[in-house]
Design a protein around this ligand. Structure first.
Ligand code: HEM
Length: 458
């Protein structure tokens, strides 16, 4: 079923090389295409596609999209961002929330923005960020009491939001973070609905949901403006993300609208994904008491149990890293994204028309049985003798790959490893019942409504 390496579209995509049309996925109905399948069971539908082809056409209402299933072709797609640019439904609707920041901008604007933001994520800054990450994990885990039932999403969101604000924006974006916490629900619900609603005109109707979405966007815009104004007044060089962004402003740099979009991109990009991934990790700890115990023992062996885990401990927290790597294999927060073909192109043996929407799904790749035997089984041991860094062969993509790979991947892994280790050292997590939580595949893949009981280890 894999594409034939070395043939057809390897190397830069070129329509002149020829190629056939990808097969159409089974099922679907006239006009609506596969919208029904995607609404009922999006994850099951995605898992069914690799058996039907390396690239498979699906119908999203009247629009055709092409799902890339084979890892080598996914890699090719992601590496050639000139041909396969940001676009398609996911990003077109995403721009309504975060504007035209680093994650959503098209190729022509990307390199400059990435160059500008890269210093914020320089590995040399990580130890400093990690001190804040450790503190924030202590604040959150230290606020629990024996027997408490925690709302996992709320707790992990608190941790993720405070961490990104205190590391990337120092105190100046506090107001923006508070507003973000208050309006995220309305923003993401509005985005989710826009992703699934095929009739654009409905977005403009004065319905209560549309009004809530617009109000949330306006509140966010004002909060970011206030944060930037406060920073400019202080004029301090904190060396953080906002300072870097303001350095880039001026004739050649970013205008006020662009700065707003970058701030929002970083706040949302950093909080939603880490919140969901950590929530899944806590769920899996609770469901696997043996693994939970092993993680606890690793942390105590490293820290002596008397102090929190630190940045310098990371090389010794190998099992914690494997645990998170496997969490992201089975439950990648970013489970599906889209691209737009800027010109007619060849991908493997297939021809894709100019303007085509192309979908890649880390979830689909991560649950292929030929890559991960018994893919539904959570087994951190899979990574014991495999490199746990994102692979370059397209088989492991929680952070994407190529020029548009997540700029915050190391930041996120550091934050999540320290938080998970801190929690496992101090607490035992218990499910409230034995029923597995159902993944909710909306903008992100979330363990919706997850609550767990915490028991003190001391
Ligand atoms: C578990 C945590 C995270 C996950 C799973 C994740 C996942 C991803 C993925 C899959 C992409 C690529 C999307 C595509 O190719 O279309 C991406 C891009 C991006 N992420 Fe993350 N991310 C995480 C954490 C973060 C953090 C902590 C930050 C910032 C502090 C961040 C900021 C960004 C930005 C700005 C981009 C766009 C990069 C570009 O296009 O150059 N992410 N992320």
């Amino acid at each position: 079923m894999f594409g034939k390496r070395g043939e057809g579209g390897r190397g830069p995509a070129n329509f002149d090389q020829g190629g056939g049309a990808p097969p159409r996925a089974a099922g679907g109905v006239p006009v609506f295409g596969h919208v029904g399948e995607l609404r009922r069971d999006p994850l099951g539908f995605l898992r069914s596609l690799p058996a039907q082809g390396d690239v498979v056409e699906v119908g999203l209402g009247p629009v055709k999209a092409f799902v890339v299933c084979e890892p080598g072709l996914v890699r090719e797609l992601l590496l050639d961002d000139r041909t396969f640019d940001k676009g398609g439904r996911f990003y077109e609707k995403g721009r309504q929330v975060v504007g035209d920041g680093l994650a959503t901008c098209t190729h022509d604007r990307h390199r400059r923005q990435r160059r500008l933001l890269q210093p914020v994520f320089h590995p040399g800054r990580l130890p400093g960020y990690a001190r804040v990450m450790t503190e924030q994990a202590q604040v959150v885990a230290g606020s629990w009491s024996d027997g408490l039932v925690i709302d996992v999403d709320a707790q992990m969101r608190k941790l993720a939001t405070a961490t990104v604000v205190r590391t990337l924006f120092t105190p100046h974006a506090g107001v923006a973070a508070e507003t973000l916490t208050a309006v995220t629900h309305d923003l993401l619900r509005g985005l989710d609905w826009r992703l699934r609603n095929p009739v654009r005109a409905l977005e403009r109707l004065p319905t209560p949901a549309n009004r809530r979405f617009r109000r949330a966007k306006e509140q966010m815009r004002k909060a970011v403006e206030q944060a930037v104004a406060a920073y400019r007044r202080l004029g301090a060089d904190e060396g953080d993300a906002l300072w870097v962004l303001l350095q880039g402003s001026g004739d050649e740099g970013l205008d006020a609208g662009e700065i707003h979009d970058q701030v929002l991109t970083l706040l949302i990009g950093a909080t939603e994904t880490t919140t969901d991934t950590l929530a899944w990790a806590l769920y899996l700890l609770a469901r696997h008491p043996g693994l939970q115990q092993r993680l606890h023992e690793e942390c105590v062996a490293v820290t002596g149990g008397e102090r929190p885990p630190w940045f310098e401990d990371l090389p010794q927290l190998g099992f914690a890293e494997q645990f998170l790597t496997e969490t992201q294999r089975l439950h990648p927060a970013v489970w599906v994204v889209t691209r737009r073909a800027r010109r007619s192109a060849i991908l493997g043996p297939y021809a894709l028309p100019q303007g085509a929407t192309i979908i890649f799904s880390p979830y689909l790749v991560h649950t292929r049985a030929d890559l991960y035997p018994r893919p539904e089984v959570f087994d951190p041991g899979r990574w014991a003798d495999r490199p746990v860094r994102p692979s370059v062969d397209g088989t492991y993509l929680p952070f994407g790959a190529g020029p548009r790979k997540c700029i915050g991947d190391r930041f996120a892994m550091t934050e999540m490893t320290l938080a998970l280790a801190q929690i496992a050292q101090q607490w035992t997590l218990e499910p409230l019942d034995q029923a597995p939580v159902q993944p909710r595949a909306r903008v992100a893949l979330t363990p919706h409504g997850l609550r767990l009981r915490v028991r003190s280890r001391t």
